[in-house]
Design a protein around this ligand. Structure first.
Ligand code: AMP
Ligand code: GLY
Length: 420
């Protein structure tokens, strides 16, 4: 098969790495890709938000299967354009991608299907939103309705913070994404991510993970896109996973089908676990980044078979071949991230690292310059390892981190602490 992956992050490097190992893959193109992806696949420049351009590229290159990595092309309808042109594709339609692109939509779906989530209200003007905050009190959570690159959620510990967030959002801080605001009850508990493939009707769990959103050790400092992850997440026991499937995921998938907008792709459920109760925090309509990196290291080549079964509506017969293993990834970021950071510093020592089914450095924001890998983004490398135990995976990952020569970078030293 000729396969096209859309995206340029560590998530897409991990997807490409797993796909490439499957003998079904003859030719692999990633658009736009990055320096690490270029070592295992052809990279092509392509406007991945332009459905017509993606269709034309797929036709020119006789692509048999397209895997869409990030949410933006999904929300822009690239999967719809591909399917309309008869190209097999992994990822939800724009209508189904609203589960990530509109927080209010997700809340409506939860209410319609009875999925447990935080109590909520939706506003299109500041004054009633402020009144709601005064009525409910703090802590309380204020969310821009639309896509805001992970920055549209304010967990306000005081009413004043919530009011400031409301004023910022209606003041245009997130543009159109903040034209509507969802205000939610603050939930306590431990967060975990649950990844499920859906073919419109059937669901197949493909792993759990925990992310580390804060930039600093001990979960301090500002939020980031994610500084590390591990899989499985022991807090999501088999019983809690069954509960989340029965009460949250399956009802959501059934409700989406009932509305004539069936969900096809990976559904990433962010869950809040409090004692023996799981509630939905949010859905994402794509793999997490860096959670995908640990999932792909664990799944390996079978990932392509699973993605194909999902896209072809064959999930009822699909099985995951689980190994009793653990994987952990440490994000190396440019100093200054998530604030301002410099690009272009050289990264040395990568060639000497092991690269096998237990060790892999996935590239996120990297580029090639004069035969040298250089930093080209905030989150730059995902140093990923697998082991029989989580502590073995962690030790292997940090042993690799310590051999990378990149003075302009930094990482958290405590990835995995909750589970270890
Ligand atoms: P989201 O983008 O919706 O995942 O929100 C980002 C983060 O905000 C989540 O991962 C949680 O840590 C936090 N969060 C969102 N909603 C709530 C809530 N209702 N209660 C507590 N924390 C929340
Ligand atoms: N790591 C969090 C996310 O991908 O949304």
């Amino acid at each position: 098969m000729n396969i096209l992956v859309l995206g340029s992050g560590g998530r897409e490097h991990a997807l490409a790495w797993a796909i490439k190992q499957n003998p079904k893959c003859d030719r692999l193109i990633v658009a736009p890709g990055n320096a690490g992806i270029a070592m295992i696949a052809e990279c092509a420049s392509l406007d991945i938000l332009d459905g017509a351009a993606v269709v034309a590229f797929a036709e020119q290159n006789t692509i048999d299967f397209v895997v869409i990595g990030p949410e933006a092309p999904l929300a822009a309808g690239v999967a719809d354009a591909l399917r309309a042109a008869g190209v097999l594709c992994f990822g939800p339609s724009a209508a189904a991608a609203r589960l990530e692109a509109s927080k209010g939509f997700t809340k409506e779906i939860c209410d319609a299907c009875g999925a447990p989530t935080a109590a909520w209200a939706r506003f299109d003007a500041a004054e009633p939103a402020r009144a709601y905050v005064h009525e409910k009190g703090a802590p309380i959570v204020v969310k821009a309705d639309g896509l805001a690159a992970g920055k549209g959620v304010i967990v306000a510990m005081t009413e004043a913070e919530a009011i400031a967030a409301i004023d910022d959002m209606f003041g245009g801080q997130f543009g159109a994404a903040g034209a509507e605001v969802v205000i939610e009850e603050f939930m306590t508990g431990e967060e975990a991510s649950f990844f499920v493939l859906c073919d419109g009707e059937n669901v197949l769990p493909i792993g759990t993970a925990q992310d580390h959103k804060r930039v600093g050790d001990g979960d301090t400092g500002p939020n980031t896109g994610g500084m590390g992850a591990y899989s499985p997440a022991p807090v999501l026991t088999d019983a809690l996973m069954e509960q989340a499937l029965d009460r949250i995921v399956r009802p959501t998938v059934a409700e989406m089908a009932r509305r004539g907008t069936p969900y096809q792709g990976v559904l990433y459920a962010g869950l809040m676990i409090d004692g023996n109760k799981t509630r939905l925090v949010e859905y994402n309509v794509r793999f997490g980044d860096p959670e995908c990196q640990v999932l792909m290291l664990r799944l390996g080549a079978q990932a392509l078979d699973l993605l194909l079964a999902c896209a072809e509506g064959r999930l009822s017969d699909a099985r995951v071949n689980w190994a009793d293993d653990h994987a952990l990834t440490v994000v190396l970021a440019a100093k200054g991230y998530p604030g301002d950071y410099a690009k272009g510093s050289p990264i040395r020592g990568l060639d000497a690292l092991p690269e096998d089914s237990a060790h892999m450095v996935f590239h996120a924001g990297t580029a090639q310059r004069d035969g040298q890998v250089v930093a080209n983004g905030g989150r730059v490398l995902n140093v990923t390892a697998r082991g029989a135990t989580l502590s073995q995976a962690r030790d292997r990952a940090y042993a690799m981190v310590d051999r990378i020569d990149w003075p302009e970078g930094f990482c958290r030293r405590d990835i995995g602490w909750r589970a270890l």
